[in-house]
Design a binder for this molecule. Structure first.
Ligand SMILES: Nc1ncnc2c1ncn2[C@@H]1O[C@H](COP(=O)(O)OP(=O)(O)OP(=O)(O)O)[C@@H](O)[C@H]1O
Ligand SMILES: [Mg+2]
Length: 430
């Protein structure tokens, strides 16, 4: 099936909006690639360029190793499924699915056979005679899928195909769609802003922010070793706890990571110690997911943080406690945002000048391409401390209340470290 490669692809709309900023991405034969990111980050624009509905401003789109920039959409062997897919209301389900085959002049008998095969695969074989208005939302979505599959495309492009459905049906169709396209072996680019959908469906996930590709990898890679603070915060629920820490190296013994009134100690023989030691005397960001934290008895020794419960959230199968441990939170508050701001930023626009004035940081400091351009850390001179609220998983409906003290053990090997620009501090690369 079709392979796709984007090479340094940029899309600037006539009004100056930089929708896609120098994105390079490969989609392998039969691979299920999910493009993930918040609204407005450029996902649909990438998809539309691959489909040939939009021309890149610069860069190359390769299909099966050949430059495809000038290839008309109909020659790309692509099938698209959208959120607001439209079925023909006056046609039966069978005729809706058969429609693309009729257009390409396939004879009625083989056409009927293919429609029956596809409908059976999708579990809608018994409603072929109905009109779309007589179907449930999930069935309608399956018909739209059927119409896309029936042409036997080399590449599926799906743009939030499930976002109009309720959550139960969405979870069901998620599994069905990823199962089906893997069975068919068709390469797929699937767009969503739902991180759970991305992590459950993808072979690999590409995370975008403001037109810029942040990270690409298998769900395990991007979740387990996020390249940037932004990716770390975007993936996972509850959101990764992000704390400011000041680093103090005690040579040959340990590295103290001071979190306000408490500290964690990274042993000197930890493989990450050397990389973190470069930040001696500086502040970094420590990320800890809820699964790195286990409630323990208050007098437990070891890597333990003491806190007080600020509030509780009950989710039925578990409860979350949010602890004040006297540390300062790092906010990644740009999980949305528009590409225009970034354009101003990275191109030395007015906003970046303002930010330089505020942060006192000149343009000589190279701007990280993958990430936010300014320090993610708080400015002690200007802001009061943003108290970190550490999300900790508890059994459902625990016998604790807000104000209650709670100690948590920290799995040191599950910590993530980021520098003040939000880039991962790590040994080597995966
Ligand atoms: N024709 C256009 N002219 C100008 N700007 C556009 C045009 N189409 C899209 N944009 C802008 O480009 C940016 C990226 O849009 P795009 O539709 O690719 O985002 P998206 O990631 O698909 O968002 P969503 O999740 O909301 O669908 C947005 O800021 C959008 O406003
Ligand atoms: Mg979109």
């Amino acid at each position: 099936m079709t392979t796709v490669a984007l090479k340094d692809v940029t899309k600037i709309f006539p009004d100056g909006t930089v929708a896609v900023d120098n994105v390079s991405l490969d989609v392998g034969d039969g691979e299920f690639m999910v493009l993930l990111g918040p609204s407005g980050c450029g996902k649909s624009t990438v998809l539309r360029m691959v489909a040939g509905l939009e021309d890149p401003t610069s860069g190359a789109i390769m299909m099966d190793g050949e430059l495809a920039n000038d290839l008309p959409p109909r020659d790309r062997r692509i099938a698209m499924v959208f959120q607001d897919f439209a079925l023909y209301p006056h046609m039966t389900v069978g005729d809706n699915i058969a429609f693309p085959l009729r257009l390409s002049g396939i004879e009625p008998v083989p056409r009927g056979e293919r429609v029956a095969d596809v409908a059976a695969a999708l579990g809608i074989g018994d409603v072929l005679g109905r009109k779309p208005s007589q179907l449930s939302g999930g069935q309608r979505q399956r018909v739209a899928m059927g119409r896309a599959i029936v042409r036997r495309p080399g590449l599926f492009l799906m743009d939030e195909p499930l976002s109009n459905l309720d959550s139960g049906l969405r979870a069901e169709l998620r599994a069905e769609i990823s199962g089906l396209v893997r069975e068919l072996g068709v390469s797929t680019i699937y767009v969503t802003h739902d991180q759970a959908e991305a992590l459950t469906m993808a072979d690999r996930v590409a995370i975008m922010r403001k037109g810029v590709l942040q990270d690409v990898g298998t769900p395990t890679q991007v979740y387990g070793r996020p390249a940037t603070l932004y990716v770390a915060a975007f993936l996972g629920s509850p959101r990764m706890n992000l704390l400011e820490a000041s680093v103090y190296v005690h040579l040959d013994r340990y590295i103290a990571l001071n979190l306000g009134e408490q500290a964690l100690y990274l042993p000197w023989d930890d493989i990450r110690a050397r990389a973190v030691s470069h930040y001696h005397g500086e502040r970094i960001v420590i990320g800890m997911r809820a699964e790195a934290l286990t409630p323990v008895a208050p007098d437990t020794a070891g890597d333990v943080l003491q806190g007080r419960i600020r509030y509780l959230e009950h989710h039925g199968h578990e409860s979350l406690a949010f602890l004040d441990i006297g540390a300062t939170a790092v906010m990644v508050d740009e999980l949305g945002g528009t590409p225009a701001e970034t354009a101003g930023h990275s191109r030395g626009g007015r906003l970046s000048q303002v930010m330089q004035r505020i942060t006192g940081r000149g343009p000589e400091r190279p701007a990280g391409r993958r990430n936010g351009r300014d320090s993610v850390l708080s400015d002690p001179g200007r802001h009061s401390r943003r108290p970190a609220e550490l999300a900790v998983r508890l059994a459902p409906y625990p016998a604790v209340t807000p104000g209650h003290p709670l100690a948590v053990q920290v799995r040191m090997d599950a910590l993530h470290f980021f520098d003040d620009r939000g880039d991962r501090i790590d040994v080597g690369w995966r």
